[in-house]
Each structure stands twice: as structure tokens, then as C-alpha cells.
Design a protein around this ligand. Structure first.
Ligand SMILES: *Cc1c(COP(=O)(O)O)cnc(C)c1O
Length: 390
């Protein structure tokens, strides 16, 4: 008999009833150290007091009003995002995949509103942009996600990873946009080198194609800058954000330049819940905290600390681990065995990690995790590796 919850997930036999900072607790009192943070969502840890206060205060006043009316919390958060990014304007969604939908629509609308027939969108192998029909169509090579769901949305070309010649050959006067994660998350924590992001920007300048960054996983302080692309010094035309922006409350956003957004006039897009007062109040508090230079400095310091500990771990377990990659607190351990085995062994050590493609174990802790908790996490990973080796 089918379970009452549609069985689309491979869930671990673990249920948590309470969280505090980087720790989660089961009903029978077992405490787990959380190095996944809801897959890069709980940027300030669980039950962050500032977010709890903001959410409850807003909940006592007003939960929901329609986008038929002005929503001051939305305006405030949009202004913060504009102030701290390349963008001139923001649309709020409830998730990353909805942000992908709008990014795709916006790029196509941009060209159609200019009277040009440019609808092709270029994406890359290993990419992940969500599970809506548009988002899976963007990644047609990912058989597990697309098989049986066709006909897919046409107009996507998925190119091999890091193949400059294929990219140059693929971009034409039919290309509406290039869509890329500055650091691939699901694909196995693969950062796009800064000079390649610069090259992409140049290519877009030459051909007119819009540059769309998917920062759903790598954005919001994760890499030690507010947005990952800031390390490269270049900016996109459109950017998707979600996961971390709500600190655990469902919230996403599409940021865009005035030019890229010029086709999106009244009536062209909408969302019932998108940008509701609860989500935007919490998002505003998250932004207030993560844009503090001292906060980002601390993320970088913690990232350096974790990386160094992981180098030690790799040296101690050369048969299990190969290398560490990624930036900031978005790190991946390339494994010499199935990362799912390590995730399972880590459960036995009361440690939560996340597998990814390309044999990578992901570490995406809360951005305010303590050094002591990071050291503890590496010790538990060490124990998990030892358990598998013996
Ligand atoms: C998680 C993710 C998405 C999809 O976000 P949802 O909120 O699950 O719809 C899109 N892009 C990237 C890079 C992601 O990591």
C-alpha cells in the first residue's frame, strides 16, 4: 500500500522534534550535530532567537495579504537586496524552483518584448535548478529527474562542464540566456573558476545573451560573501535566490537589473504566497544579520578552520577521502567510496551530512556554527570513516 506521504524521498529513519543552533534532537533525546542545515537553508542555525522573535512578532500582527495590496515587509526586503547587489528590482517566490521558472520566463520575455526571436537557454551538465517542469527541462541530461515527464519545455541546450569550445560554439543570435550556478551544489560542490565567470560575462556582452546565476544554494553568505559571484568581480543580469534567504522559512527571490526585467510589466507574472509578510519579515532579519561585514568575516574564518581540519581528515583517511573542494562553508569531500555509505556511517556518529553527485559528501553547516562544533563534526567524520574502514 502506498504510504500516506507520497514516497518520492529516500528518507533516513530519523525524526527531529527540536533544534537549537547546529544541533537537532530526536523524541528519545538523541542529539545530532547538523552539518547539512536543511541543505544550506538554516543559515543562522535552528530556532535562531532573532528569527523566532521576528516571526512571532509578525505572526501576531498579520500572516497573509494578497499581492493585490502593498506589502511593506516585501518592499523593505527588496530594498535591502537591491542595496547589497547588482540588482535594481526583485520578485519574491516561495522556493528555488519557482525562482527558476521566473528567471526563464523573464529572459524569454526580455527578448520577445524587444521583438526578437531569442528563446534558447544554455545550461550545464551537473546543474540543478529545481523540480518544476521548466527547471527539469533546463537539465534534460539528468535522466532520473526528467524521464517520463515529457514532453519537456523546449529550448534548452545543456553543455558539458568546463568545455569552453562547446560553449562558444553553442551561443548564437538565438541564445536568450546562459543559466549557471557559480558553485554547483547537487552536482558535487563544483565552483566555476573566477576567470570562467569573467569569460561568461564577456561572452554575454559580445552576444547580447543574458547571464543568469542560480545562487539558490551558494548565495546568502554561504561562500563568505553575500553572493558567491562577488568573488569574481562580475555580475549577472538575473539571479535566483532561495534556501538561505528565509533562514528556514520558505522564501525565494529573483533579482534583476532594470534592463533584464524590462519585459515583466503588470500582469505578466504573479504568486499568491510569494512575498507574504511572514516570509519577508524573516528574510529581512536574515539579510540584516548576514550583510554585516563582521558576520561574513566570521564565516570566512570558520571556513578556513573547517578546511584545515578536513585536510587533516583526508590525510588520516587516504583510502576514504580524496580531496576537499568548494568555498566558504559550502564544502565537499570527494570520496573514494559511495558518499551515501559515509552519510549512513555519520548517522551512527550522530552527525548529519548531505550526499551530492560526483562522489561528494557535502558539508553545509549553519553560517554561525562555532569552531568547537566544527571540530566536533570533523571528529565524528573521522569516527565514521574509521567505522567504514574496519
Ligand atoms: C535547491 C536548489 C534549487 C531548487 O530549490 P527548491 O526550493 O527546492 O525548489 C534550485 N537551484 C539550486 C542551485 C538549488 O540548490
Amino acid at each position: 500500500m502506498i504510504p500516506s506521504v507520497l514516497p518520492t524521498y529516500n528518507r533516513a529513519p530519523l525524526a527531529f522534534v527540536k533544534g537549537e543552533g547546529s544541533w537537532l534532537e530526536t523524541a528519545d533525546g538523541r542529539r545530532f550535530l547538523d552539518m547539512g542545515a536543511g541543505i544550506a537553508v538554516n543559515v543562522l542555525g535552528h530556532a535562531a532567537p532573532e528569527l523566532v522573535a521576528t516571526l512571532t512578532e509578525q505572526a501576531q500582527r498579520l500572516w497573509h495579504v494578497s499581492n493585490l495590496y502593498q506589502i511593506p515587509q516585501q518592499e523593505k526586503l527588496a530594498e535591502m537586496l537591491v542595496e547589497h547587489s547588482f540588482a535594481d528590482t526583485v520578485f519574491f517566490t516561495n522556493s528555488g524552483t519557482e525562482a527558476a521558472e521566473l528567471a526563464i520566463k523573464m529572459a524569454r520575455k526580455y527578448w520577445s518584448s524587444k521583438g526578437e526571436d531569442r528563446s534558447e537557454i544554455i545550461t550545464f551538465e551537473g546543474a540543478f535548478h529545481g523540480r518544476s517542469t521548466g527547471a527539469i527541462s533546463a537539465v534534460p541530461h539528468a535522466e532520473k529527474m526528467v524521464k517520463g515527464f515529457g514532453p519537456l519545455l523546449p529550448g534548452f541546450t545543456q553543455l558539458p562542464w568546463a568545455d569552453h569550445d562547446a560553449l562558444t560554439a553553442a551561443v548564437s543570435d538565438k541564445t536568450a540566456a546562459i543559466l549557471i550556478e557559480p558553485v554547483q551544489g547537487e552536482g558535487g560542490i563544483r565552483p566555476v573558476p573566477d576567470q570562467c565567470l569573467k569569460g561568461l560575462r564577456d561572452l554575454c556582452e559580445r552576444t547580447g545573451a543574458l547571464l543568469i546565476f542560480d545562487e539558490v544554494q551558494c548565495g546568502v553568505g554561504r561562500t563568505g560573501k553575500l553572493f558567491a559571484h562577488e568573488w569574481s568581480g562580475i555580475t549577472p543580469d538575473i539571479m535566483m535566490v532561495a534556501k538561505g534567504i528565509g533562514g528556514g522559512f520558505p522564501l525565494g527571490a529573483v533579482l534583476a537589473t532594470e534592463e533584464a526585467a524590462s519585459g515583466m510589466v503588470a500582469g505578466t507574472h504573479g504568486s499568491t504566497y510569494g512575498g507574504n509578510p511572514l516570509g519577508c519579515a524573516v528574510g529581512g532579519k536574515v539579510m540584516e544579520i548576514v550583510t554585516d561585514p563582521a558576520f561574513l568575516e566570521q564565516v570566512n574564518a570558520r571556513a578556513g578552520f573547517l578546511r584545515q581540519k578536513l585536510e587533516g581528515l583526508i590525510a588520516a583517511h587516504p583510502d576514504t577521502f580524496e580531496s576537499v573542494r568548494g568555498t566558504g562553508l559550502m564544502l565537499g569531500l570527494k570520496c573514494k567510496r559511495a558518499p551515501t555509505d559515509l552519510v549512513a556511517a555519520a548517522y551512527d556518529q550522530a552527525l548529519l551530512t548531505v550526499p551530492a553527485a560526483d562522489n561528494v559528501l557535502r558539508l553545509l553547516p549553519a553560517l554561525n556554527i562555532s569552531e568547537a562544533d566544527l571540530a566536533e563534526a570533523v571528529q565524528r567524520l573521522d569516527a565514521a570513516a574509521t567505522q567504514l574502514e574496519t
